[in-house]
Design a protein around this ligand. Structure first.
Ligand code: WT7
Length: 659
C-alpha cells in the first residue's frame, strides 16, 4: 500500500466490442498507434497535411527551448480559409455547415458553407473598418447564435486573436478578461434565449466597460448583434449594430496567410484558485490537433455524418469541437442555443431525431441529470441515427457510461470518453471507436501521436494496477504555448512538478488498470487520505451512483480525529426513488462497503437536492468540504447557481441524512 500513490479499488468488468461496420471503415485503424510511435513527428506532419497551407513548414517541431514549443515552423496558413473557403472551392458550397436551432421552437436557420464564407468575409471587412488590425484582441460575449461562429472565424481571418467569454459570466468576470488581454473590441448581443425567456447581455458589457475604464483600459468599440430585440442602452461613440456594419459590408475578403505560430485565441480557465489563466493557442499546430482528433476520435465521415457537440462556444470544447475541428473537416453540424429542458425535457432528443444526428458529444454532468429524470423521456424519440457518442469534462462513472450507451445509443454506439483540457487544445486520451473495446469509466489510452503516462512522486511510470499523476511526456501540436502575458506562471503551473523529466503535469490523478488502460480520477487536489490510504473521490462517487436510487454523488474528505480524513458524501436521489426511504443512509453506506471496501465507507451521507457546480459542470468540492467541516462556506461567485449552497446548508442544520 505504501508504494501506491493512489489506491486502486473499484473493479469494472463490462466490455463492449467496436461494431463491425465502424471497425471496417474506421478512419484510423490499429496500425496508427505503431506508425505514430515509430515516427511521431512524421505522423503529425501527415496530420498537418490535412490542412491547406499557403507555405509549407521547414521544420515540424522546434523544442529547443522547452517548455516553449513551435510547431510547423516557417509554415503559413489562414484558419478561417481552412474552415470555410476551401470547402466552397472544392465544390461543397451548398453543403450545410450549421443547422442552427434557437431555443424558441420556430427559430431555425440552415447555413451552408457558401453562406458562411460570405458572412465571415463581411464580418472580417467590418472589423477591419472598425479599426481592428492583425494582432489586436477581440472579445466575444455572445449566446449560442451563428454570429458567434462567424465572429470567431472573422477574427481568425484577419489574425486578431479572439477571447470568447461564456455568456453566463458576470460583468466582473468579463471585465477582468478584457483588462488581462487588453481587448480593443467586444462583440456581444442585446441578449439571448435561455429557459424560455430573453436574458440580457449588453448591460453586462456596459458595466464591464466602466470597470475596465477604472483600471485604465479602454474598449474602443462594442459590436452588438440584435437577437432578442430587447431595449439596450446606447453610447454612440462606442456602440455599433452588427446589422448596420456587417450586413452592408462586402462579401469579398481575401484571407491573408499567417505564421503557423500566430496567436489564434486566448481562452481563460479559472483553475481552482487565483486569477484566471489566459491559455494561448496558436494557429497551425492547434488547427492540426483539432481537425485530426475530430476526424479520428469521432470517426467523422464528412459526407454523411450529422455531428452535434452540446458544449457552449464559451468553453474550449466549443472552440475545438464546434468551430475549428468540425469546420476544418467540412462537417455538417447542429448548433443549439438553449437549455436541454426548454420548452420541455426531451428537447435534445427531439433535435437528434429531427436532424438525424449521427455523432453526439456531451458531458457526464448532463448525462447524469438525464438519468435522474428517468429513461421514459428519451425513450419517446427515435435516435436510431446515432452511431457514436462522446463524453468530456470529468470522469464518466461506469453507470452513467452504460446508461448513455444503452438508453441514448440503443446499445449500438461506442462511447468515446475523451480526456483533455483547455491547455491541451485537443483530445489526448480516448478510445478509437473502430479499434478500442469500450470499458465503462476508462478513457483507455493516449491516441496515436500523443504520449501519456501515470507516474509516481519521482516521475517514474507506475506499474499496471497502480495509481499516480497523469503526465504528457512529449510535446503535441495543439499544446498551449504560454499563459497570456505570464511565461513564469506557465512554467510553474505545468512544467515544474516534473522538471527534470520534462513532463507536462496535467494536475489530474489517474490509475492504470491490469491492462494498462488509464482511468482519470479527477484533480489531485480532490484526493483524500483516510487512515494513510489515498482514496479517489471519483471511485467512491462511482460506487454510490451504481446504487439504483442514486442519480449523482459528490465525495469530499473532512478532517477526522481518528483517521486523518473521513469520507463525507453528498447524494442526489433519482426522481423515482422519492425520499429514498428511512434506511437510505445505512443502505448506501453498506453499498459502498460492498462495492469498494470498509476503508471507503462514508462517515456521513447527506441527501441533497442539488450539488454546487461551476458553469461548466464541475463540482466545487471546496464548498462541500466547508459544509462537511462545519465552516463558513467560502466564495460562491463562480457557481452556476449560487443559491444551491443555501439548500445544502439547510439540510445540514436540519440534520437530515446525518449518520
Ligand atoms: C479537466 C480539464 C476538456 C474540455 C472540457 C474541460 C477533467 C476532462 C475528462 C475525462 C476525466 C476529465 C480533468 C481535466 N476532464 N475530460 N474524459 N475524464 N476527467 O476542460 O475546463 O480545461 O478541464 O477536466 O480533470 O484536467 P477544462
Amino acid at each position: 500500500m505504501t508504494e501506491e500513490t493512489l489506491s486502486n479499488l473499484l473493479r469494472e468488468d463490462r466490455r463492449f466490442e467496436p461494431p463491425a461496420e465502424i471497425a471496417e471503415s474506421a478512419n484510423l485503424k490499429a496500425d496508427a498507434y505503431e506508425r505514430a510511435a515509430a515516427d511521431r513527428e512524421g505522423f503529425w506532419a501527415e496530420q498537418a497535411e490535412r490542412l491547406d497551407w499557403s507555405q509549407k513548414w521547414e521544420r515540424v517541431l522546434d523544442w529547443d527551448d522547452p517548455p516553449f514549443a513551435k510547431w510547423f515552423v516557417g509554415g503559413t496558413l489562414n484558419a478561417s480559409y481552412n474552415c470555410v473557403d476551401r470547402h466552397v472551392e472544392a465544390g461543397r458550397g451548398d453543403k450545410v455547415a450549421l443547422h442552427w436551432v434557437g431555443e424558441p421552437v420556430e427559430d431555425r436557420r440552415d447555413i451552408t458553407y457558401a453562406q458562411l464564407k460570405d458572412d465571415v468575409s463581411r464580418a472580417a471587412n467590418a472589423l477591419t473598418e472598425l479599426g481592428v488590425q492583425t494582432g489586436d484582441r477581440v472579445a466575444i460575449y455572445l449566446p449560442m447564435i451563428p454570429e458567434a461562429v462567424v465572429a470567431m472565424l472573422a477574427c481568425a481571418r484577419i489574425g486578431a486573436p479572439h477571447t470568447v467569454v461564456f455568456g453566463g459570466f458576470s460583468a466582473d468576470a468579463l471585465a477582468s478578461r478584457l483588462v488581462d488581454c487588453e481587448a480593443k473590441v467586444v462583440i456581444t448581443s442585446d441578449g439571448g434565449y435561455r429557459r424560455g425567456s430573453a436574458s440580457a447581455l449588453k448591460p453586462a458589457v456596459d458595466e464591464a466597460r466602466a470597470k475596465t475604464a477604472e483600471q485604465g483600459h479602454t474598449v474602443e468599440k462594442v459590436l452588438v448583434v440584435r437577437r432578442t430585440g430587447q431595449d439596450v442602452t446606447w453610447d454612440d461613440a462606442v456602440d455599433v449594430w452588427w446589422h448596420d456594419v456587417v450586413d452592408s459590408a462586402s462579401a469579398d475578403h481575401t484571407p491573408q496567410a499567417f505564421d503557423s505560430e500566430h496567436p489564434l485565441y486566448v481562452m481563460y480557465t479559472s483553475g481552482t484558485t487565483g486569477k484566471p489563466k489566459g491559455i494561448l493557442h496558436t494557429t497551425g499546430g492547434y488547427l492540426t490537433g483539432a481537425s485530426y482528433t475530430h476526424w479520428a476520435v469521432f470517426d467523422l465521415k464528412a459526407d454523411t455524418d450529422v455531428y452535434w457537440c452540446s458544449a457552449d462556444i464559451g468553453w474550449v470544447t466549443g472552440h475545438s469541437y464546434m468551430v475549428y475541428g468540425p469546420l476544418a473537416n467540412g462537417a455538417t453540424q447542429v448548433m443549439y442555443e438553449g437549455t436541454p429542458d426548454s420548452p420541455e425535457r426531451g428537447r435534445w432528443w427531439k433535435i437528434i431525431q429531427d436532424y438525424g444526428v449521427t455523432i453526439f458529444y456531451t458531458a457526464p454532468t448532463a448525462i447524469r441529470s438525464f438519468m435522474k429524470q428517468g429513461r421514459e423521456i428519451p425513450d419517446k424519440f427515435d435516435m436510431s441515427s446515432l452511431r457514436i457518442l462522446g463524453s468530456v469534462g470529468e470522469p464518466i462513472n461506469p453507470e452513467a457510461y452504460v446508461w448513455y450507451r444503452h438508453v441514448i445509443g440503443g446499445d449500438r454506439t461506442p462511447v468515446v470518453d475523451t480526456w483533455w483540457q483547455t491547455e491541451t487544445g485537443s483530445i489526448m486520451i480516448s478510445p478509437l471507436p473502430g479499434v478500442t473495446h469500450g470499458k465503462p469509466g476508462s478513457a483507455m489510452t493516449a491516441i496515436p501521436g500523443v504520449s501519456a503516462e501515470v507516474v509516481n512522486e519521482e516521475g517514474n511510470a507506475v506499474p499496471n494496477g497502480s495509481g499516480g499523476y497523469l503526465v504528457l511526456t512529449e510535446p503535441w501540436p495543439a499544446m498551449l504555448r504560454t499563459i497570456w502575458g505570464d511565461d513564469d506562471r506557465f512554467r510553474d503551473t505545468y512544467w515544474s512538478r516534473f522538471r527534470s523529466q520534462g513532463f507536462y503535469f496535467a494536475g489530474d490523478g489517474a490509475k492504470k488498470d491490469e491492462d494498462g488502460d488509464i482511468w482519470v480520477l479527477g484533480r489531485v487536489d480532490d484526493v483524500m487520505n483516510v487512515s494513510g490510504h489515498r482514496l479517489s473521490t471519483t471511485e467512491i462517487e462511482s460506487a454510490l451512483v451504481s446504487h439504483p436510487k442514486v442519480a449523482e454523488a459528490a465525495v469530499v474528505g473532512a478532517k477526522d480525529e481518528d483517521t486523518g480524513q473521513a469520507v463525507c458524501a453528498f447524494v442526489i436521489l433519482r426522481d423515482e426513488a422519492g425520499d429514498g426511504g428511512d434506511d437510505i443512509v445505512a443502505e448506501l453506506r453498506q453499498h459502498v462497503r460492498k462495492e469498494i471496501g470498509p476503508i471507503a465507507t462514508p462517515r456521513q451521507i447527506m441527501i441533497v437536492p442539488e450539488l454546487p457546480k461551476t458553469r461548466s459542470g464541475k463540482i466545487m468540492r471546496r464548498l462541500l468540504r466547508d459544509v462537511a467541516e462545519h465552516r463558513e462556506v467560502g466564495d460562491v461567485t463562480t457557481l452556476a447557481d449560487s443559491t444551491v449552497m443555501d439548500l445544502i446548508k439547510d439540510k445540514e442544520s436540519a440534520g437530515k441524512g446525518e449518520d
